[in-house]
Design a protein around this ligand. Structure first.
Ligand code: BES
Ligand code: MN
Ligand code: ZN
Length: 498
């Protein structure tokens, strides 16, 4: 898709279709006013008739005669002008994107970057417009080729600026939006692939594919024999029950100075989570193919980072395994020794994410990280606590948590902080090992993070629990590509000290 920015006025530009906003009650945006004048009050009439309205995401399409500059005008409701937040703006953009997809236009002028959005500058607004359109255009076809039967018509989207500065900002926003979208598409695709295709070996191959695209990436894949030598007893205890070998994949991106400490991203890559011997119930178990979405989002973020050529050093590590019950599977009560030397009593083999992550979090110490962020579909309890809107963030550093929350707000990829107080730690006491791998009934998201915190004492660290946001359920079942926007935005801020 082509994105263009131009300093002009909407009534001077022609296109198949033009998108303008209106507010409650019946208030026109600047561009809507211009078009209203050009087309003899047609938007005002639509408002008066009640066909057009300002409710968030309310769409009214007005058609002009063939000889007009614009064949159609999409009027979208933007709610109360003082209440237009990033997430409300995203709802507006999603409604527009789905209308554009359905009405088969190929060239659109998007006037929505002129609207005042809380805490968002014009760069951010252009970025959000691009990610909204690209998100709507993604479709999964790898194992369902018929999904490509319907044609995608949209080819060109034009943004309008009023000054040279705005033009530059919009162009930057387009570039960032495209990079984030490409990272999200990769994360979605890997998440959506079935467990019999997307195995730990497949994920490792995808990292090597990324290296083909971005020659400067360094990729290493640790095999089980090497992990055994390093003493990764926890990670290996998860793959024991499966015929698929575990893989620990490292991607190193060096866009910064050689002596600059890297930001390290660690992703949970359980390509299927049956629960192991602590077998999960059957209903919706298919969704546990999405249990590698943390790893997928880390891969996606690496792609965005490479595309944007960020001037920082980033290391991405994905801990990949399949959690199956089998003759050699770990049993409840088994005790394993982690790479850190701490022993773990595995009381529930379904709490496997923390087991692969703890060894990965010990392993990455060799990179002398400045910051470490792990991303994992870690606990069902997180979905109970926060629902499917934000991810959960827990950190041993409040400034890091704040920076992640801010990156989430700017991209509409929100996260919410949960406490990581010492008082929770005793829930992990065991009579037979240094740590138990589960913390009892209450505060499951926090005790999971407490478990990880035993392995992250040496560095500044945050944990993102994405169990509620990594995929949609039901009719829209599919990976979301989150939290690629949050992570890429965070890296951008680190790179340019914004
Ligand atoms: N992958 C699951 C978490 C999960 C469950 C994410 C449902 C999204 C939806 C994780 O490995 C798991 O099974 N966690 C257990 C932990 C428990 C045994 C302490 C859980 O949440 O039930
Ligand atoms: Mn599990
Ligand atoms: Zn899991």
């Amino acid at each position: 898709m082509d994105y263009i920015a131009k300093t002009t006025s909407v009534d001077k530009e022609s296109a198949d279709c033009v998108v303008v906003g209106i507010f409650k009650p019946k208030r026109l945006s600047d561009s809507a006013k211009k078009l209203d004048k050009l087309y003899k009050g047609s938007i005002t009439h639509a408002c008066q008739r009640g066909t057009a309205g300002g409710n968030i995401g309310q769409i009214t399409t007005l058609h002009n005669s063939g000889r007009s500059k614009h064949n159609c005008i999409i009027v979208v409701g933007c709610g109360d002008p003082n209440e237009l937040t990033v997430s409300a703006y995203q709802r507006v953009l999603a409604a527009v994107a789905s209308e554009i997809k359905n009405n088969k236009t190929s060239h659109v002028i998007n006037c929505l970057t002129e609207l005042a959005v809380k805490d968002a500058d014009i760069l951010t607004k252009a970025q959000l417009c691009v990610t909204a359109i690209e998100s709507a255009m993604y479709r999964y076809s790898e194992t369902k080729p018929s999904a490509t039967n319907s044609k995608i018509h949209l080819k060109k989207q034009k943004f309008i600026s009023s000054t040279k500065q705005e033009l530059d900002d919009i162009r930057d926003g387009i570039e960032i939006g495209q990079a984030i979208s490409h990272g999200m598409d990769l994360a979605k695709e890997l998440g959506n692939l079935p467990g019999n295709v997307c195995t730990p070996t497949y994920l490792a191959e995808q990292a090597l594919e990324l290296k083909k695209e971005y020659k400067s990436l360094k990729v290493t894949v640790l095999e089980e024999t090497q992990m055994k030598k390093l003493g990764m007893g926890a990670l290996l205890s998860v793959s024991h029950g499966s015929v698929e070998p575990a893989k620990l994949v490292t991607m190193e991106y060096n866009g910064g100075e050689a002596d600059e400490r890297p930001i390290v991203l660690v992703g949970k890559g359980i390509t299927f989570d049956t629960g192991g011997i602590s077998l999960k119930p059957g209903a919706t178990m298919d969704e546990m193919k999405f249990d590698m979405c943390g790893a997928a989002s880390v891969l996606g973020t690496m792609k965005s980072c490479c595309e944007l050529e960020l001037p920082i050093n980033v290391v991405c590590v994905i801990a990949c395994a399949e959690n199956m019950p089998g003759g050699k599977a770990t049993k409840p009560g088994d005790v394993v020794t982690t790479m850190s030397g701490q022993t773990v009593e595995i009381l529930n083999t379904d709490a496997e994410g923390r087991l692969v992550l703890c060894d990965a979090l010990t392993y990455i110490d060799k990179f002398d990280p400045e910051i470490v962020i792990d991303v994992a579909t870690l606990t069902g309890a997180c979905v109970v606590a926060l629902g499917q809107i934000p991810s959960g963030v827990m950190s041993n550093d409040d400034d890091l948590a704040k920076a992640l929350i801010k990156a989430g707000e700017l991209t509409g990829d929100r996260t919410w902080q949960l406490p990581l107080w010492d008082e929770y730690q005793s829930q992990l006491d065991s009579n037979f090992a240094d740590i138990a791998n589960i913390g009892g009934r209450w505060g499951g998201t926090i005790t999971a993070a407490c478990f990880l915190s035993r392995f992250t004492k040496k560095y500044t660290w945050a944990h993102l629990d994405i169990a509620g946001i990594a995929w949609h359920q039901g009719k829209m079942k599919g990976a979301t590509g989150r939290p690629v926007p949050l992570l890429t935005e965070y890296l951008l801020h680190q790179a340019y000290e914004m």
